[in-house]
Design a protein around this ligand. Structure first.
Ligand code: 5GP
Length: 115
């Protein structure tokens, strides 16, 4: 667990609705959505940044991708969604507990990675 807002959400210290949860991760709606669907897939284990993940985290990282697909189906957006991981403050990371953004429900600019 990390000493971040996400660590507190996972521990229940800060109440939050989990739209999906399992042994390894939770999924919540982003408080400041950038699209009609904007959820965060957060491992219970508090890895601070993707760059700090280790070989031992391989199964967990794969699991997060599978959950992304599952949650996309659950939300009915499996035909068009984007996954984003911000790594480091200069890349826009503000919460230092690894998480995947799943964004959908708006038209994405072609050939553009962000936005
Ligand atoms: P980052 O910028 O680190 O990639 O993403 C952090 C995300 O967490 C942001 O999109 C921000 O809106 C979201 N966020 C920050 N604090 C909270 C919170 O307390 N609850 C929820 N649901 N989302 C949060």
């Amino acid at each position: 667990m990390s000493d971040t807002i996400f660590g507190k959400i996972i521990s229940g210290e800060i109440p939050s609705e989990f739209i999906y949860e399992d042994e390894y991760c939770v999924v919540i709606n982003d408080i400041n959505p950038q699209a009609p669907v904007h959820v965060l897939i957060i491992p219970r284990q508090g890895i601070s940044r993707l760059a700090d993940a280790e070989d031992a985290d391989q199964a967990l990282l794969g699991h997060l991708m599978l959950v992304a697909g599952k949650v996309a189906r659950q939300l009915g957006v499996e035909e068009a969604f984007r996954l984003i991981i911000n790594n480091g403050a200069e890349a826009g990371q503000t919460v230092f507990h690894l998480h995947l953004h799943l964004i959908a429900g708006r038209k994405f600019a072609e050939g553009q990675m962000a936005g």
